[in-house]
Design a protein around this ligand. Structure first.
Ligand SMILES: Nc1nc2c(ncn2[C@@H]2O[C@H](COP(=O)(O)OP(=O)(O)OP(=O)(O)O)[C@@H](O)[C@H]2O)c(=O)[nH]1
Ligand SMILES: [Mg+2]
Ligand SMILES: [Zn+2]
Length: 292
């Protein structure tokens, strides 16, 4: 049997890339269905080869991680893409994405694209706010080709997902990282997205430098529906050390007295925008929890 990764699902078949780079279109055995296990993109699998480009899935290895949107297993890194302009920067949307990534225990890299549109000052603000939170922040321009090598290095050897608001340049960045990908960008993809029959194609793109990456369609809204209020503080990594000094162990850093997180916000050790977004998310999750 040959080992490989499912990088694409097409009409009931699974395209598997073996460790030596060959690609096999595979069918799944009925027993997967019986066992309630549906093969998915990202799965590490064993196949029996039937022909030079055909095979049968025999076994799925235990999944290390499992994303719901997009439905991909074994992702280990999320590159959260944003831009200073076009669309206007939304730190709240960015923080939502970071919470979702943290809740899946994924490594996170923040990529601020469209650096060419920066009016000055945003770079420092982003580097400071998110550097304090412990994230790596890179600044790129797909238009000018800035820092593409840095992004490529971060993608090599990982299974990554690019996530971020529509129009920030996710597909453009991947086209720069690997020109042969020819992903749709700009107006065309916008039009497709607004159409009623948009196909939600899930695929891991194969990187020549080793590794896989998924380009996801952008969004303009995002719900934190799977995050419990009690868990929220731990998804803000910069709260952790301070939280040890709160009076109450179960402090939610909102109305409690002697809260070291609130003190750290006042002393500017934690960015105000991060704390405010935390409070917004907390209220939102609590009101959702109440409505059940
Ligand atoms: N000025 C500037 N424009 C860029 C840059 N990167 C991408 N764009 C433009 O921004 C628009 C959107 O780029 P896409 O790559 O389609 O954005 P996306 O994030 O993939 O968008 P969705 O697929 O809708 O989620 C296109 O018109 C790009 O040409 C950049 O670095 N600078
Ligand atoms: Mg795109
Ligand atoms: Zn506290």
């Amino acid at each position: 049997m040959l080992q490989g990764i499912i990088f694409r699902a097409v009409g009931g078949f699974f395209d598997v890339r073996s460790n030596d780079g060959a690609v096999y279109r595979c069918s799944a055995r009925g027993r997967f269905k019986r066992d309630g296990m549906t093969p998915m993109v990202g799965d590490s699998v064993y196949i029996t080869v039937l022909a030079s480009d055909k095979g049968v899935l025999e076994k799925i290895e235990k999944r290390r991680t499992l994303l719901k949107r997009p439905p991909i297993s074994n992702v280990d890194q999320v590159v959260v893409v944003c831009a200073p302009q076009e669309p206007p920067m939304s730190l709240q949307l960015l923080d939502r994405l970071l919470v979702l990534a943290e809740s899946q225990f994924l490594k996170v890299v923040i990529c601020v694209n469209k650096d060419d549109l920066s009016l000055g000052g945003e770079d420092e603000m982003m580097a400071e706010t998110y550097g304090k939170a412990g994230y790596s922040v890179i600044f790129t321009s797909a238009l000018l080709g800035h820092n593409i090598e840095q992004l490529r290095e971060m993608l090599c050897g990982h299974i990554s997902v690019l996530a971020g608001q529509s129009g920030v340049g996710k597909s453009s960045l991947l086209n720069c990282v690997q020109p042969g990908l020819s992903l749709r960008t700009g107006e065309i993809s916008d039009k497709l997205k607004r159409g009623r029959h948009t196909t939600r194609h899930v695929e891991l793109l194969i990187l020549e430098c080793g590794g896989y990456v998924a380009d996801t369609p952008g969004f303009s809204q995002l719900e934190l529906s799977d995050v419990a209020a009690g868990e929220l503080p731990q998804f803000f990594p910069e709260f952790k050390d301070h939280a040890l000094h709160c009076r109450f162990k179960s402090c939610m850093h909102r109305d409690e007295p002697d809260c070291a997180v609130k003190a750290a916000v006042e002393e500017k050790q934690i960015a105000v925008s991060r704390y405010e977004n935390y409070l917004t998310f907390l209220d939102e999750i609590r009101s959702q929890e109440r409505s059940y």
